[in-house]
Each structure stands twice: as structure tokens, then as C-alpha cells.
Design a protein around this ligand. Structure first.
Ligand SMILES: [Zn+2]
Length: 272
């Protein structure tokens, strides 16, 4: 937290200093209880992320859009042990309307919503494999995650690596907003992952799939691995409506070459 100064409004929100410049006064305070359905989904999403091992310590934050409001986990909250009272209420410009101070990653969340207005949920995690892969050079300019299995292609598509800025730096939002690449998930250099989705369930499931894809990428790092052929990657992502901007001649085995028997066993006369 930047922790600069105290609230000029004199209104404290449960004793937590807000990092949001436009915190509200008590007369307009909203609570997550007014958005209980969305709030309960967010509480469940937090538990699911912890159960999947994606929230070491108290890391990670989640938000969900309910009409013209956002519910967001408060700063420093445990994702596995959330209650409605732990959720901040914001408008779509990020103005804090009620509840505890929101996660310091507000700008990151807002930028993901702006990138795809059809999306109503954003998940940010420090899951181990995503963090590890975020510390390596990206596989390509458009995706840090190579196309090794179909599942991440079906759920998230390409996952670009965004440059490093300190956690909580509002510049994180600009990195998302300024990227010319389409994506619904990105790795944040030396930090973690951010994923958006049409709803919370899809965002959570995509986050789990992304973590698995990062784990497989790490397990196969340095090995003579075979990638899914570029034409097949493009066909899969197109069929599932997932972003992929890799060129047709992108590095990796060509499906034509594989089916023509170029792989070591297929073309060989075993003679036994
Ligand atoms: Zn973070």
C-alpha cells in the first residue's frame, strides 16, 4: 500500500486506510448485502480458488460486476474465508462506495472489465506455476504459455506476458489497456496471473486451467517438447471463441508433417 496520508473526508471505513482517492462518505455508503446474490457467488469463488491451491497466504483478489456496481475483495482478505461484509462496493469507474477498502489492484480489475465489456468477473492470483512462468522469458510475443494441450486453448487462448510494475501500481491497468493484443488472461511479470470471464464460474475455471497449463509448461521446459501445430491451435481457439493471434507459420510441429509420418516412430519400419 502507498499509505499516503489520512482520509480527508474524516470518514473511516472500518479503520482501513483506503488506497482509493475517491472514497465515499457515509451518507452514500452501500454494502455488499445490497448485492447479495453476486456477493455470495464471490464468496464461493474465493473458496474454490483456495481449494484449488491458487491463493497462497492471503494472496489474490476477485471481483464481480453486478449491473453498474463492482463487488471486490477487500485489501488483505483471505479468499477462503470471505463474508459479505468483507466485500467492497465500487462503481464502474472504481469509486469506492462502501464496505472495506478494496484490493489495491483495483486498476487491474477495471482495465480487464474495460477490455471486454461482456465480462462480469475478474480473478487475480499468485498461484505457484503462473508465478513461476511469469518469471521466465515468454514463449512468444503473444503468449507466455505455449500450446501444449488443448484445454487452455479452449478456456483462455493466448496469455501474453505483461511487463513488471509493482503490485498495486495503477500502471498495471494501463498495461492491460494499452496492450494491442486480445486476451482474457495474462501473466504479470514476476507476479502472477489475471483472468476475466463472462461470469465468476468461468473466470475461476479458466484460472484453474491456466495454472495447470503453466505447470505443464514448466514441467516440459527444456525438453524436446512437441507443440500443437499452429493450424490446429488456430482451429481450436476459433471453435471455442478464444483469442489467438499467432501467425500460421508459428514455431512448432506442423500437423501436416506429423500426419505425414515425420515423427520418429510413425515413419520407421520397425521390422520386428
Ligand atoms: Zn498480486
Amino acid at each position: 500500500m502507498s499509505g499516503t496520508g489520512t482520509s480527508s473526508s474524516g470518514v473511516s471505513s472500518s479503520g482501513v486506510s483506503s488506497t482509493n482517492a475517491s472514497s465515499t462518505n457515509a451518507s452514500s455508503s452501500e454494502t455488499a448485502a445490497e448485492h447479495a446474490t453476486a456477493g455470495r457467488l464471490l464468496v464461493s469463488a474465493g473458496r474454490a480458488l483456495v481449494a484449488a491451491g491458487l491463493s497462497p497466504g492471503s494472496s489474490g483478489n476477485v471481483s464481480v460486476r453486478d449491473g453498474d456496481r463492482l463487488l471486490m475483495t477487500g485489501t488483505g482478505t483471505q479468499l477462503g474465508d470471505l463474508a459479505l461484509a468483507d466485500l467492497s462496493v465500487l462503481d464502474l469507474a472504481g469509486t469506492h462506495l462502501g464496505g472495506p477498502a478494496p484490493s489495491k489492484e483495483v486498476a487491474l480489475h477495471l482495465a480487464m472489465y474495460a477490455k471486454d465489456p461482456a465480462h462480469t468477473a475478474v480473478v487475480h492470483v499468485h498461484s505457484p506455476s503462473a508465478v513461476a512462468l511469469s518469471c521466465l522469458e515468454p514463449w512468444s510475443a503473444h503468449s507466455a504459455v505455449p500450446p501444449l494441450t488443448p484445454y487452455s486453448l479452449m478456456r483462455v487462448g493466448q496469455v501474453p506476458l505483461l511487463p513488471f510494475v509493482a503490485p498495486g501500481d495503477p500502471a498495471m491497468g494501463a498495461l492491460v489497456g494499452d496492450s494491442p493484443l486480445p486476451f482474457r488472461a495474462a501473466l504479470l511479470s514476476n507476479h502472477g496471473a489475471v483472468v476475466s470471464g463472462e461470469d465468476l464460474d468461468r473466470a475461476v475455471q479458466s484460472t484453474i486451467e491456466l495454472e495447470e497449463a503453466c505447470r505443464i509448461a514448466l514441467l516440459t521446459q527444456g525438453a524436446a517438447r512437441r507443440l500443437i501445430a499452429a493450424d490446429q491451435v488456430r482451429a481450436i481457439t476459433a471453435a471455442w471463441g478464444m483469442p489467438w493471434t499467432g501467425p500460421a507459420d508459428e514455431a512448432g510441429a506442423s500437423s501436416a508433417a506429423v500426419s505425414a509420418g515425420v515423427s520418429p516412430a510413425a515413419g520407421a519400419d520397425t521390422g520386428n
